[in-house]
Design a protein around this ligand. Structure first.
Ligand SMILES: *Cc1c(COP(=O)(O)O)cnc(C)c1O
Length: 361
């Protein structure tokens, strides 16, 4: 098998051990003679997987008891719509903090359901940093929404110290389980699994139970958080194979040493690539302001389009996958999610140095 370094932005790298384990028990799950995919979602074998995935997530993220963990479908994109459907009320306003394309999309959906305000936007500076927040009082907004890591621009909230609201909502699709976070600051956290948690198909929602009391009534059952809470995410058939893989990823994370260890590794990994950028005397230039740099998505460009193209071409030939920037901003992006090993980042740093030696004239 050829050596590949997978820097895809999402769906992204999965731990090799997880894939091997899934392969081993693919045809015969725990001596049942059939695959986990073929088991009923109401049967004992799947139920165990379902509960275990939930418990592992609670343990790894230190989720307090007053929170529910839900496994939904529809990606983060369905959450963009479900949040306002459930929580926007006539005469109230919700607040959105705009730090990139995904927060823009979230606001756009909310705008269809009521009065929405962009509390602050980093658009004018091309989303190169997390903007300073203007002060606001909690009563101004029924909820406040933010995006913790901006997958496309490569910026990330370094901490959540400066922001307080009784119902704070965060899209953590691209940095969940990558570092320690104060869960109890948030009323609702959501994340599509396909970046840091597992394969596409399942979306994790972490939900403070009292939030359910605020929810609007009369929604279609499938779009109401209450339905999923009441039914333990088994209202309808869940994406059983995705949740099974999520469980394997969480076991892997636990065996590695949990969140603290993952955070340490992620810092080390990102630093390697940022150093290659910073020590290149401008051959590579990073998109994100230093204090807003993402540990997950490292965005940079070369001096001109032609050189960027050459970089991406040579990188691909040498087994570096997924380094092209998002189509909306171009340039390069290395996504160093949890499952990307340190060696991949070392190899990328070496490649960047060698490429510079060859082309910096
Ligand atoms: C990938 C991503 C999304 C979109 O997720 P889908 O699962 O495709 O709906 C939303 N927000 C952020 C921050 C993302 O990284």
């Amino acid at each position: 098998m050829k050596q590949v370094y997978n820097f895809n932005a999402g769906p992204a790298a999965l731990p090799r051990q997880v894939l091997k384990k899934a392969k081993e028990e693919f045809l015969d799950f725990q001596d049942t003679g059939i695959s986990i995919m073929e088991h009923s979602h109401r049967g004992k074998h799947y139920e165990e997987v379902h509960e275990e995935a939930k418990n592992l997530l609670k343990e790894l993220l230190s989720i307090p008891d007053q929170y529910e963990v839900l496994f939904l479908q529809g990606g983060a994109s369905l959450q963009f719509a479900m949040i306002p459907m459930n929580f926007m009320k006539p005469g109230e306003q919700s607040g959105y903090i705009l730090t990139g394309s995904w927060s823009e999309k979230a606001l756009k959906e909310a705008d269809k359901f009521g009065d929405v305000k962009d509390i602050v936007s980093g658009k004018a500076s091309n989303y190169a940093s997390i903007p300073d927040l203007p002060s606001f009082s909690p009563e101004e907004y029924s909820y406040v929404h933010l995006t913790s890591n901006n997958t496309i621009y490569g910026t990330q909230w370094a901490s959540f110290d400066g922001i307080d609201h009784p119902f704070l909502i965060a899209d953590m699709s691209s940095d969940i389980l990558s570092r320690r976070i104060p869960i109890d600051k948030f009323g609702l956290i959501y994340a599509g699994a396909q970046k840091n948690l597992g394969p596409a198909g399942v979306t994790v929602v972490i939900f403070r139970k009292d939030a359910a009391e605020r929810a609007n009534e009369g929604l279609p059952a499938i779009l109401s958080y209450e339905t999923h809470i009441k039914n333990r995410s088994l209202y309808n058939t869940p994406p059983t194979f995705s949740i099974y893989l999520l469980k394997l990823v969480l076991e892997w994370a636990k065996n590695l040493g949990g969140l603290e260890e993952l955070e340490k590794r992620n810092q080390e990994k990102a630093q390697l690539i940022y150093e290659a950028i910073d020590q290149s005397s401008g051959f590579y230039s990073g998109h994100a302001a230093r204090d807003s740099r993402s540990l997950m998505n490292i965005t940079f460009t070369l001096k001109n389009e032609e050189l960027t193209k050459q970089f991406l071409k040579e990188a691909h030939e040498q087994g570096f996958y997924g380094l092209a920037g998002h189509r909306s901003i171009g340039g390069c992006r290395a996504s160093a999610y949890n499952a990307v090993p340190l060696e991949a980042c070392q190899a990328l740093r070496d490649f960047m140095e060698n490429f510079q030696k060859k082309h910096d004239k």
